[in-house]
Ligand binder design. Sequence first.
Ligand SMILES: *Cc1c(COP(=O)(O)O)cnc(C)c1O
Length: 366
Amino acid sequence: MAATVLEIDLAALTHNFNYLKAKVKPGVQLLAVAKAFGYGSDAVAVAGKLESLGVDYFAVAYAEEGVALRDGGITTPILVLHPQMGSFEAMIDHFLEPNLYSYRVIDAFIASAKAKQQQNYPVHIKFNTGLNRLGFKPGNEDQLLKILKATKAIQLKSLFSHLVASEDLNEKEFTLNQISTFKNCAKKMIDGLSYTPILHQSNTSGILNFPEAQFDMVRTGIGLYGYGNDPKEDTHLQPVATLKSVISQIHEIQVGESVGYNRAHIAKKPERSATIPLGHADGISREYGNGKGYVTIKGKKAPILGNVCMDMVMVNVTEIDCEEGDEVIIFGKGAPLPELAKKVGSISYELLTAISQRVKRKIINS
Ligand SMILES: *Cc1c(COP(=O)(O)O)cnc(C)c1O
């Protein structure tokens, strides 16, 4: 049995879902973002729990992620945020709903839907209101309406856009401008349609900072997994994923001895090192080496000594009363993740999704 596990706490997920649900106005739908293995957790387990809690929608980045959710028994609608050419047939076969973000993509999807004899297949259109990543330009509305009216194969289920800096209140003016730009695009589209699509623009920080941008639905990812891009918000949320391991071996290091590859650490005084079965192949990048990163043992921080190896790290436990076999927490409950990510200039999103599939996921409190 592997000693290193990523524990996925579904009770924490339930808490976060309820917290975020209470933040949105009555009637506003909640879309849960389950891309990248559910932010590195376990997409099917998380989606299954959220479905039982009554979530309205899911989103994934790619078709394959949506297929995995369908294969796992998820029946709630799934928006594919970044569908690729060549995946449309599989998407239709699994009832996955594409984000159509360019003329190239909308034309190709309509052709696929027609080829598969679809009628009113649900699709989503994205407007680029400032991120310059994916989406139609404001001003494309008339041309889009023409395309939509010319076919019965697809029907517009939602219109959406994505905020650039919803967590940064120094960029408030930019965000408010994005919100009003999106409102304008949406109005032009709705005026030209005989039905009303769902409107959505907010991610987690949008929910927390811009209640005026809730529209008909909000999309939340990081908040569900326990992080609010703000230390104050983090206190209201609970980490879903906790990365845990154990001490494999303890060494007494004499003055002048080195620890790890390339002798990157040399002891200046007598030290104790603990070896942990977790390395850069598991998602703890070499950036965390040489004292920048740490693990938590018995509630105390043990800094990483020398370089991170592929399958192991050595940590300094000179000041910690611990022994071989003792539990180690890397992040999660008992070891705040944002603080660790920050040590290497990273963010919660990156560290969560970096944990490789070699690390076993263990579902608790289901
Ligand atoms: C990933 C993503 C989200 C989720 O953002 P969080 O900050 O994790 O809530 C929402 N919308 C889009 C388009 C995304 O790509």
